[in-house]
Write a protein that binds this ligand. Structure first.
Ligand SMILES: [Zn+2]
Length: 262
């Protein structure tokens, strides 16, 4: 009954507020109570707060430019090639990566230090970019925090506003995705990295690295991105079915621009 009511409410909202939209990455018609411009505004308002809470940007321009260039290569072949995306490496020691609605993507020092090739970095950034293009980030934000609340807090410049900004910033860092969205982000993200010229096997390697790390410590990435059981197998099938080219790995560039600069 409650479910039926909420569907009716959503449908009414859809009719009244023109909230039906085609999902750019999945092609599905879905009810979105948030417009793309609200998403972008939300990300723009909160990105500085999230960056601050993650220890700030790593202050090495060669490293930042490199991470950004790999990210932009992914963004340009994504379902939203003309949208703005930003890719920032932050000082946090946790093993994590995250996406804010509107295309603000962060990867931690802790995660960067565990990877060993450009293609693996492209796999992580591809996965996070897919959470944005498939509007998972906006949906998680809408259901877990509330877009109206976030936008109204962002426009309040009092000290109470600043405290609330900090609170919402930390909630954004721990936005959680469903297993279904994780599977979608893996699949779409792998497609992006292949289109950008990278080896798809590297995405499977990143999962093996994360799994290995999770045996000795708790991995923040898994608390926000739940691990669907047969993730690796599903991706191996995707590689096989699509007969993807082998693509580049970029081990030496990753070492030069990232590992040597951490
Ligand atoms: Zn994810």
């Amino acid at each position: 009954m409650i479910k039926t009511l909420s569907i009716i409410t959503l449908l009414l909202s859809c009719l009244l507020y023109n909230g039906c939209a085609v999902n750019p990455a999945t092609g599905e018609n879905q009810i979105m109570l948030v417009s793309s411009s609200q998403e972008a505004e939300m990300g723009r308002q909160y990105a500085p707060e999230v960056e601050k809470q993650l220890g700030g940007r790593i202050s090495n321009s060669a490293l930042q430019n490199y991470v950004s260039s790999v990210g932009q290569r992914i963004a340009r072949v994504s379902h939203l090639p003309n949208s703005q995306f930003s890719y920032t490496a932050v000082n946090d020691d946790s093993i994590n990566a995250m996406a804010l609605p509107g295309g603000y993507i962060f990867i931690t020092k802790g995660l960067l230090s565990k990877l060993n090739s450009e293609a693996q970095l492209a796999g992580i950034l591809g996965h996070e970019t897919a959470h944005v293009t498939a509007r998972h980030a906006a949906q998680a934000m809408t259901t877990q925090i509330g877009m109206d609340l976030a936008l109204s807090v962002a426009s309040d410049h009092s000290s109470a506003g600043a405290a609330q900004m900090a609170n919402i910033g930390s909630q954004l860092i721990s936005l959680r995705y469903s297993r279904e969205h994780e599977n979608q982000a893996d699949s779409i993200g792998m497609d992006y990295m292949v289109r950008a010229g990278y080896s798809p096997n590297a995405m499977i390697e990143t999962m093996e690295i994360l799994e290995r790390e999770s045996q000795s410590r708790s991995i923040e990435f898994f608390s926000t991105h739940p691990n669907p059981g047969n993730r690796k197998q599903t991706l191996q099938e995707q590689i096989y079915v699509n007969n993807y080219p082998s693509g580049k790995t970029g081990d030496s560039d990753y070492k030069q621009f990232v590992l040597n600069n951490l």
